[in-house]
Design a binder for this molecule. Sequence first.
Ligand SMILES: *Cc1c(COP(=O)(O)O)cnc(C)c1O
Length: 396
Amino acid sequence: MIYADNAATTKVSHRVLEAMLPYWEEYYGNPSSLYEFGQKAKEALEDARERIAKCMGCEAREITFTSGGSEADNQAIRTAAAIGAEAGRKHILSTAFEHHAVLHTLEALRKEGYEITLLDVHENGIITPEQVAEAIRPDTCLVTVMYANNEIGTIQPIGQIGAICRERGVLFHTDAVQAVGHIPVDVREQNIDMLSLSAHKFHGPKGVGVLYARKGIRLGSVIYGGAQERGKRAGTENVPAIVGMAVALEEACGRLAQDTETVRKLRDQLIDGLGRIPYSELNGDREHRLPGNVNYCFEGIEGESLLLLLDDKGICASSGSACTSGSLDPSHVLLAIGRPHEVAHGSLRLTINEETTEADVDYMIQAVSDVVDYLRNMSPFWRDLVEGKRSHVFAP
Ligand SMILES: *Cc1c(COP(=O)(O)O)cnc(C)c1O
């Protein structure tokens, strides 16, 4: 099997697994307990916080543990919204291609009386700092722009956007779930006020993440209960997962430069190989993209048929198409970069990593080419294109 869906989730690394085990079987005490045994768990928790802070270039007290990226996004946005409301500022600026954890939180806030502006995304899948600068208003309380897009892998000019927000006195949050552990991130240098990350996107366990909030920003709770996480996030901490997340982050950041180079090279081979399929186009900028992300649209095919046939050939991939996402509309990301509906339905995302080999890449190119050919030959829609009854969207 070739696993090429690392943007969806990743395998827990062996070292991560080993580091977690004792905290289930031996040091399973509750970190809030006062006895020595619970204090062992507490120490592990604070040690993990220190180590994560170091990787992020911030202080330990700026790290709050959450159940993952979605919760961190919710809490960051809700915090900024509440701070804004106190000052009579109820406008939030974001983009049309955010993750649903951000978009749906914003949608909820819209119903609660906030005004939301979603910036259009350029065809290359990138938001410019100028767009942000122009759209900030006196009543803007938050700018939230994702660091790297989870579907098309495009990397945003976060440092420049951060600088603009700092200058204009607006809180800046970034959903960096796809970025952390894959490309360099520095919250200080990039003027990031709040940042979300999730362990399972960099070989850590699922169900655990971090909300970084610059000191001075008082996080509001989204989960009420006990006084864990200095009263900012109730619920007994998932100690084994948090320990695992710290190890995974250290591993990922330690290998960043070397992994980036190997993975990017394979990614480019994959991009070039799939580009030889007629009537296909890469989604998102080729240069400013995550090292492991390949995302194509193919004319005349349905994404989910493509995925099923690739599954038969032992390839785990993903698509922004209708049925897989449980909705009739194609991916909001592909629509945001201007892909017409009929093309957006025929998309394929392959997200590789440092374990992918050159043989895997060759195999994927061949398999995708064969399957696209096969599906097109069966499609009445494709016949119309060939016979000139419809016009092509892409060049041959
Ligand atoms: C995966 C992902 C999330 C959600 O993270 P979870 O830990 O699965 O809740 C949020 N944003 C982006 C960009 C993601 O890729």
